[in-house]
Structure formats: structure tokens, C-alpha cells
Design a protein around this ligand. Structure first.
Ligand SMILES: [Zn+2]
Length: 61
């Protein structure tokens, strides 16, 4: 399933807040809204997975 990767590395997987300020450095993610923090790649992967599942559920094969 192909997903649009836009914003996947700057959207908080905990609260959904999207801001470039959530990404203080290349490898860090720190949500300015709820304080959630994790490795940026982990956050992006979580968001890509969620987007893929949403697409699959919206268009069942
Ligand atoms: Zn957050």
C-alpha cells in the first residue's frame, strides 16, 4: 500500500499535533503540544503504518 509521506516525520503519534517544531534535529522528535518524544524515524514509521492501515480499511481488497 503506497502512502503519502508528507508530514509523517512531524506529526505526533500520541496526540496528532503536526508542526515542524516537533522535529528539533534530524534524529529527534519532541512534540511541542504534549511533550511526547521518540526517535524521529520511529515516529515516521508509526505514522506511515497508521496511514497505510487507514487506506486499507477505506479500500478493502
Ligand atoms: Zn503530541
Amino acid at each position: 500500500i503506497a502512502v503519502d509521506p508528507r508530514n509523517t516525520s512531524r506529526t505526533c503519534p500520541a496526540c496528532g499535533h503536526t508542526a515542524k517544531e516537533n522535529r528539533p534535529t534530524q534524529e529527534k522528535f519532541h512534540c511541542i503540544a504534549c511533550g511526547h518524544h521518540a526517535h524521529a524515524d520511529t515516529v515516521a514509521a508509526t505514522n506511515v503504518l497508521r496511514a497505510g492501515l487507514v487506506r486499507r480499511n477505506a479500500n478493502p481488497a
